[in-house]
Design a protein around this ligand. Structure first.
Ligand code: SF4
Length: 778
């Protein structure tokens, strides 16, 4: 690793480990858990017992250059928390009673092996499904364990309807251009910013549907945008709320949640009709421009601005600014995925990148894949499935992109359907690794709670006792946290290591659980020499043809950058055959997606706009009853989804769930600031505290997700209050788009009213755990 912050040279040794008094310092990568998607480099300080005492950002790391968020700074508090799971637990009471018995790992493995063998024999390995929460360094462990040890084909995000987190964008990018892409902030080259001879700060950055300085999502550190701003980049921000970044933007598009596709189509209309597109790129490298041109004619800026609740001039200005920027880039986020037309939204946005010639150029959107092309995601180990098993993956019969491998997880709604109906085959065992679906990931959480209750055997692997574990698990296994793990991180470049420097009671690394189970259940699918997680990493590096061992990467400071090329499509670096072009059927960047056409028009080949299933315009009668647009899913500094609710520091800063409402709307509905309120729609309700926000459209409210209350009673009916403040009470399952992707998480309708003693006699959690739910129509 090259150390590019010379002023830190003398302060921090360049080695992987060193001693500072009584403490051992280890240079490593943060991933999880808990944590986030990113992978910043840190220095962990541990005492002689391996206890984490202090954390610092590594100032010598080109990746985060010493920066850390609150969540990493509070790692010592959370890793040493008294409530962490310390050893395996077996349920002794009824599910939900929170009665457990401590058992040994061997006993736990015996119970798991016995159940797995029973299900394999009686209903086939396909009756066992493994799930995880948001993708982190659990995915490779989960995949390998599910495919090799259990033998079933189903790995999925835990009841995330329409796989609506990153997966729609990834699938779209693969069919459209054969690679994923990300805004170029010189992050793939270790000489950052001025020291990089090729990189140029984008003239215009569109921050679309995310708040990067808070979320740091998808391997993208938000502060990189700040660095780019310091070097002259102007911002356009698409967000319903005036975020910190929106406040710094030249143009803020206060969009109606769920209308991102309309905005992108309106911008395409302007750019094409005003002849602002890059003729050279379009002629040489795209397929379907004439079709796109014809398609966008109906999406006039006037009409689209009206749909989006924004000013037409702002839309036109944003389109012109992006098209004229040389270069311009788009940093997109979850809002793109979380609508029913997530795929179309992503397509329309990527059409903007393509026709403006901003693809794979310095300061544009660069094509990227996993570091060293290693398969370390949900598909890790899929080659170990027995012949014929892959074809049984749930949802593949309905969703052709899944069938043909444009997505490495099972379609989540299809898994729920199989659990509820037993079709196309029964599901009897769930393996939930780092997933707390009823608190966070599962839309229609009460329905999912009921579905999991019907499972014969459920194992939860986590850091703390969660509502999901209490309500639904038969076994709960303690997972290691980041400084207790040996791992490699391959999500994009650079290739990074996590180097273990501590242990906690009997908590185990996720990979170790898979290795130990493999010895019992399927030794023939594991190399004999793979006994530790370090062995596992070296095995996967070897398998992937990587010329380094984990130890060699560590010797480089735990981070190795691969050479990075721009305009890879010109150099024959995108296609399997080594020819110039893109890895698509036409070899072009497909504005018109031929794969959709070839598969029998499974989805429109061109981007389109469609109102959300419930909205002021698609269901005007219902909107009279529920007269606000409700959006949810935004991030906060203190929490990562349902994690960190146990942290004293996080809770001191952010004690309770908050929803944002414009003061005018609050007045209209008789709400005062700081008041607990019910947010309700036809499916159910939840309660949060009103926080006034004058920057919101008065027709929009914005609620937090992931809330549960570790300080409350664990046993049912209280169940840590998991449904009390949960917006997933009011979000449906099965509202995905034609390819099985997308869900209307960002674009619901609801009403809001103050909580009173009279209307709060029963909590939503009691409603679900005691009374069977809200009684909505499925
Ligand atoms: S982005 Fe923040 S929380 Fe995530 S690894 Fe980096 S410092 Fe930690």
């Amino acid at each position: 690793m090259k150390y590019n912050n010379a002023y830190n040279f003398d302060l921090y040794p360049k080695t992987l480990r060193w001693q500072e008094g009584d403490l051992t310092a280890t240079r490593t990568t943060m991933w999880s858990g808990p944590g986030c998607h990113n992978g910043c480099q840190l220095i962990f300080y541990t005492d002689k017992d391996g206890k984490l005492v202090k954390v610092e950002g590594d100032p010598n790391s080109p990746y985060n250059q010493g920066r850390l968020c609150l969540r990493c700074l509070e790692l010592p508090e959370i890793t040493n928390h008294q409530d962490r799971l310390k050893w395996p637990l077996k349920r002794v009471g009824e599910r939900g009673e929170n009665k457990w018995e401590r058992i040994s790992w061997d006993e736990a493995y015996d119970i798991i092996a016995e159940n797995v063998r029973k299900f394999q024999k009686e209903t086939g390995p396909e009756s066992i499904v493994s799930m995880m929460g948001t993708g982190r360094n659990v995915s490779q462990a989960l995949g390998q364990n599910q495919y090799a040890n259990f033998g079933g084909p189903d790995v999925c995000l835990a009841f995330l309807s329409g796989d609506s987190c990153m997966n729609p964008r990834v699938a779209l990018c693969y069919v459209m251009m054969g690679n994923i892409n990300v805004a170029d902030m010189s992050q793939f080259r270790e000489n950052r910013y001025e020291d990089d001879s090729e990189w140029a700060a984008p003239e215009n950055i569109i921050v679309w549907g995310n708040n990067p300085v808070v979320s740091n999502s998808d391997c993208f550190l938000g502060h990189w945008i700040v660095e780019s701003m310091k070097r002259g980049s102007k911002l356009t921000v698409v967000d319903p709320k005036l975020t910190w970044m929106a406040a710094k933007a030249d143009t803020w598009l206060r969009i109606r949640p769920g209308t991102d596709a309309a905005l992108a189509l309106g911008m395409l209309n302007v750019i094409i009709n005003e002849d602002l597109y890059d003729h050279d790129f379009v002629e040489k490298w795209t397929h379907g421009f004439e079709e796109l041109k014809a398609c966008v004619q109906e999406y006039t800026p006037e009409r689209m601005a009206e749909i989006c609740w924004i000013n037409k001039h702002d839309l036109v200005d944003a389109a012109r600014t992006y098209a004229n920027a040389k270069p311009g880039c788009i940093q997109w986020g979850l809002a793109v995925d979380q609508s029913k037309i997530g795929i179309s939204t992503a397509q329309a946005i990527m059409c903007l990148v393509g026709i403006c010639g901003n693809l794979d150029i310095p300061g544009g959107n660069v094509l990227i894949d996993q570091s060293a092309n290693l398969n370390f995601s949900y598909g890790c180990g899929i080659d170990t499935l027995e012949p014929g098993m892959r074809e049984k993956r749930l949802g593949d019969d309905k969703f052709i992109l899944k069938t043909y491998g444009f997505g490495s997880t099972s379609q989540s709604d299809s898994v729920l359907e199989a659990i509820e109906t037993g079709l196309p085959h029964p599901v009897r065992m769930l393996w939930l690794q780092s997933a707390n679906p009823i608190a966070n990931m599962a839309q229609d959480a009460p329905r999912v709670y009921k579905a999991i209750k019907s499972m014969e055997f459920v194992v939860v692997i986590d850091l703390f006792m969660t509502p999901t574990a209490v309500a639904l698990a038969d076994l709960v296994l303690p997972a290691a946290m980041s400084h207790e793990r040996d791992c490699i991180r391959v999500w994009y470049d650079p290739l990074r290591t996590l180097s273990k420097c501590g242990t906690y009671y009997e908590a185990k690394e996720d990979e170790q659980i898979g290795i130990d189970l493999g010895k019992r259940l399927a030794p023939h699918k594991w190399p004999e020499w793979v006994n530790t997680t370090r062995d596992f990493m070296n095995w996967k590096l070897q398998e992937g043809g990587v010329p380094w061992t984990m130890e060699e990467i560590e010797a480089e400071g735990g981070m190795i950058y691969h050479p990075f090329n721009y305009k890879k499509y010109e150099k024959g670096l995108c296609r399997m055959d080594g020819e110039p072009g893109f890895n698509t059927p036409t070899g072009k960047f497909e504005l018109f997606i031929t794969v959709f056409e070839a598969f029998g028009n499974v989805a429109p080949s061109l981007p389109y706009w469609e109102e959300p299933p419930e909205s002021p315009y698609s269901t005007p009668e219902l909107f009279k009853e529920y007269p606000l647009v409700l959006t949810t899913g935004h991030r906060s500094f203190e929490f990562f989804h349902s994690e960190h609710r146990n942290s004293k520091t996080s809770r001191e800063l952010h004690a309770n769930p908050l929803f944002d409402i414009h003061p005018e709307a609050a007045e209209k509905f008789g709400i005062t600031e700081g008041q607990w309120c019910w947010i309700e729609n036809r499916m159910g309700r939840f309660r949060q505290i009103a926080r006034f926000d004058i920057t919101l459209d008065p027709r929009v409210i914005r609620a937090e997700h992931g809330w549960w209350f570790p300080e409350k009673e664990a046993a049912e009916p209280t169940l840590f209050g998991v449904f009390d403040s949960n917006p997933n009470n009011v979000i449906p399952q099965f509202e995905y788009g034609p390819t099985g992707y997308g869900a209307p998480v960002k674009s619901l309708i609801a009403k809001v009213y103050a909580c009173t003693e009279e209307n709060s006699k029963i909590t939503p959690t009691e409603q679900v755990t005691k009374l069977g739910g809200f009684g909505y129509v499925k």
